[in-house]
Design a binder for this molecule. Structure first.
Ligand code: ZN
Length: 475
C-alpha cells in the first residue's frame, strides 16, 4: 500500500508562531515543553519572537522553504524594510542560523531601544470566519505589527492577549466586536498592512520624498526644516496614540530630546525602527497610495525644487548632550536621564565624568530586608521576572538592585552559561541517542542551535562526546 504524506496546514498570512504553536499543540505529550522538545528538539524555544530562531526546522516540518516562511508568514519583511541591503542580508543569514537576537542586532533594532509588542492581537470577525471555514482559529501577520490596533479588513478593534511564553495561545471565536476607534488608528492599520506587502525602500529616495512633502506641508522651506513645528504638529496628531503606547510617548515626549522625527535622516551604520517611519508616513501622507506616488516621483520632485538643507547630525548630538548636562544638574538618576534624553547609559556616564558630576542613584523603592532578599535571589541566578513575582516588587526594583553590583552580574552570567551548557549537552545526547546514522551532519540538522552553541563554547566536550560515540570526526 502506498503511504500518502500530507504537509501540515498553512493558512494565508498566518504567522510562524501560529503554525509552530499548532504543531506543538498537536503533539500528544505530557507537557508543552515535552511537545516542544519532540517537535523542535528544544523545550525552551521562544515561539512568539518577532524574528524566531526556528525557521529552518519549521520549514522542514511544514514541507515548504524557509524563504516562503520568511516572506509570507514572518514579520521579517516589515522589520527589514527600511534597512540597507547589507544589513538585511546579514540579518537574514543570522536568522537562518537560528540566532534571533543577532538578526535584531544586524537590523539595528536593538539600538533603537523601542520595546517589542507586548500582546498578541486578533480580529474577532476574522476569528469567527476562520472557525467557520476551517474549524480552528489562527494568528494573522498584519495584526501583529507594532502600533496596529484595528483590523484593516473588517474595520473593528483588535482584541489583545498578553503574551505568555509557557502557554500556547490561539484567538477565541464568538467574542464581542468593538467598532470604536479613531481615524489615526485606522490609517496606521492600513499603512502598516500595505507596507508589509510592499518591497524594500531605497533610503536616500525615501528621505528625499519626506523632505519634499515637508516643504509641501510648510514644515520646511527650501533653506531648512522647521524641526520644532514638525515635532509639535506630530505630537498633536498622535496625541491619543501617545496616551496608549509607551513607545510613541517616548518618541514624542515634550521633555525629551530624542532627535525624532528629524533623526530618521541619519542612519549611519544602523537602521531606524520601522515604527518611526510608520509614524512619519502616517503623519505626512493622506494614505499609502499618496506615499507610494510621492516616493516614485521623488526624482522629478527633486529636479523641480530646491530641497531644504537637512539638520546636521552634530546639531542633534549637541542638543542631546545639552539635555544630559541639564538633567545632571537637576540631580536626576542615571536611569531617568537615559530615559528622558534618549541617550545610552555609557554616554550619560561619560558626560557626567567630563563634567565632574557624581551620578545619584534613584531613590530606593524597596526596604533593606527586601533588597537583601533580592540580592540573594539574584546571586543564585533566578530570572528577574521571577524574583519580582516572588517578592511582589517591580522588575525595575530588581534591576535597580542588580545595577550597582557588577560581581553579581558576572556570577549570573556564569550561572546562565552553566545552565545553557548543561541543557545543550543534554539535548545533544538525546539527539545522538535517537540517530540512525552517526553523522555530524545529522546531529547538526536535528539540534542546530545546541550544536552551534557547544561548538563555540564547549568545543572539547563536543568533540570528545562525538568521538566516544564513534562519529567519524576529523582531528
Ligand atoms: Zn478582521
Amino acid at each position: 500500500m502506498e503511504l500518502l504524506q500530507y504537509a501540515p496546514r498553512r493558512y494565508r498570512d498566518e504567522t510562524v508562531y501560529s503554525m509552530a504553536a499548532r504543531l506543538v499543540l498537536h503533539d500528544i505529550s505530557i507537557s508543552m515543553s515535552r511537545s516542544s522538545q519532540n517537535v523542535f528538539q528544544n523545550k525552551n524555544l521562544q515561539l512568539d519572537s518577532a524574528l524566531p530562531s526556528f525557521l529552518p526546522l519549521l520549514a522542514e516540518k511544514m514541507q515548504c522553504s524557509c524563504d516562503e516562511l520568511l516572506q509570507q508568514h514572518s514579520l521579517f519583511p516589515y522589520y527589514s524594510m527600511f534597512a540597507n541591503k547589507r544589513a538585511r542580508q546579514r540579518a537574514l543569514s543570522t536568522l537562518l542560523r537560528g540566532d534571533s537576537s543577532g538578526a535584531f542586532k544586524a537590523l539595528g533594532l536593538l539600538a533603537n531601544r523601542l520595546a517589542d509588542e507586548s500582546h498578541l492581537k486578533y480580529c474577532p470577525m476574522c476569528a469567527n470566519n476562520q472557525k467557520f471555514a476551517y474549524g480552528e482559529t489562527y494568528w494573522l501577520r498584519a495584526h501583529q505589527l507594532p502600533l496596529v490596533s484595528v483590523c484593516a479588513e473588517h474595520k473593528c478593534k483588535l482584541i489583545r492577549v498578553p503574551r505568555r511564553r509557557k502557554h500556547l495561545l490561539f484567538p477565541e471565536h464568538s467574542k464581542p466586536i468593538d467598532y470604536k476607534f479613531d481615524a489615526v488608528a485606522m490609517k496606521i492599520a492600513d499603512i502598516s498592512r500595505d507596507l508589509l506587502n510592499s518591497s524594500n525602500f531605497d533610503n536616500g529616495k525615501l528621505l528625499k520624498g519626506y523632505a519634499a512633502r515637508l516643504v509641501g506641508r510648510r514644515l520646511a522651506t527650501t533653506k531648512s526644516i522647521n524641526l520644532s513645528k514638525w515635532f509639535t504638529e506630530m505630537s498633536e496628531y498622535f496625541v491619543s496614540l501617545k496616551a496608549k503606547d509607551e513607545r510613541v510617548s517616548q518618541l514624542l515626549s515634550e521633555q525629551s530630546e530624542h532627535g525624532f522625527p528629524a533623526n530618521v535622516f541619519y542612519s549611519g551604520n544602523s537602521s531606524h525602527h520601522p515604527i518611526k517611519h510608520v509614524l512619519i508616513i502616517t503623519f505626512l501622507f493622506e494614505h499609502f497610495g499618496d506615499f507610494v506616488v510621492n516616493y516614485s516621483n521623488t526624482s522629478t520632485i527633486v529636479d523641480n525644487q530646491n530641497l531644504p538643507e537637512l539638520p546636521k547630525q552634530s546639531d542633534i548630538d549637541k542638543a542631546k548632550h545639552n539635555k544630559v548636562k541639564q538633567y545632571l544638574n537637576q540631580n536626576l538618576s542615571l536611569r531617568q536621564i537615559v530615559k528622558r534624553a534618549n541617550a545610552s547609559a555609557a554616554t550619560v556616564r561619560n558626560i557626567a565624568k567630563r563634567q565632574g558630576v557624581q551620578l545619584t542613584s534613584m531613590k530606593r523603592q524597596v526596604d533593606h530586608t527586601t533588597e537583601r532578599l533580592i540580592t540573594i535571589k539574584l546571586m543564585v541566578g533566578l530570572p528577574t521576572e521571577r524574583i519580582s513575582l516572588q517578592l511582589g516588587v517591580s522588575i525595575s526594583d530588581v534591576e535597580q538592585v542588580l545595577s550597582g553590583q557588577p560581581e553579581i552580574k558576572f556570577l549570573r552570567r556564569r550561572i546562565r552559561n552553566y545552565r545553557k551548557r548543561q541543557q545543550s549537552r543534554d539535548n545533544l545526547l538525546v539527539t545522538i541517542g535517537d540517530l540512525k546514522h552517526l553523522r555530524v551532519k545529522e546531529v547538526k540538522k536535528k539540534c542546530y542551535a545546541d550544536y552551534m552553541w557547544l561548538y563555540k563554547n564547549d568545543n572539547a566536550w563536543l568533540f570528545n562526546t562525538l568521538r566516544s560515540h564513534s562519529f567519524p570526526v576529523k582531528i
